[in-house]
Ligand binder design. Sequence first.
Ligand code: FES
Length: 282
Amino acid sequence: MNSTSIITIAIAVLAVLGLGVVLTATRRSDIKGVGSLSRETRKRDRNAAKVARNSSRDAENLGVASRSAVAVMPPAEIETWVAPDAEALGETRRAFLNRATVTLMSASLGGFAAALIAFLWKGAEGGFGSKINAGKIDDVIGQIRSAGGFLYLPEARSWVTEYPKEAISKAEVAYGKQGAVFAGMNAGVVALYQKCPHLGCRVPNCTTSQWFECPCHGSQYNRVGEKKGGPAPRGMDRFGVSVNNGMMVIDTGAVFGGPPIGTNTTGQEAEGPHCVGGAGKH
Ligand code: FES
């Protein structure tokens, strides 16, 4: 290869390289032109930013102005203090005391009325103060005998003892006017109120003497409640007894006074040592 050929080839290579450099530069210029903003656009953006800055500054100034503003309130009205009327105060106190008194009295009366109704209600339903079913008369007599001659019925607050049949004619004379009491004796029993007619102690039986002997002041009564000794003004009080279809009922709603001193229809004497004092000293 001669020198002319070599120069020709070198010129061609340089021309190709120069063309490549030109094309590459043109491409970069196109890319840069696409990403950049125009002058009008940049100017518009600057104006918009300025407006935004002015708006935010105005808003801040407004906030500061509102915070620093002092609300002016109208002057408060102050009422002049006036001393309370002593008479009116006294009147109020009296009214309160009157109301309290009336309320307390009403409550007391209400409680009393409730207690009275409860008592009457209980009397109507059963228990002491009403007619109490003691059971079959034969069973009652059997219980008296098995208890040693004295049967205590707490619901009737009574002692129930046997009345001897051989003494019924005397009983008719002494107790005939107390029909309900005599009816019980005729059926073979007597229901004696537990309360001593002297001063009201509960009178127990004495198993040795077979009498009733009061521990309070020593009053003594035979087994059917006729007074034998002590300060009591009469024999033991008692209740009426009825027997229907073999069933014995004690009416505790009415108390019959005991027989007068000296009444002794059964003639029963003490059957052993007394439990209290001696008989016939009072
Ligand atoms: S209360 Fe029974 S003798 Fe006095």
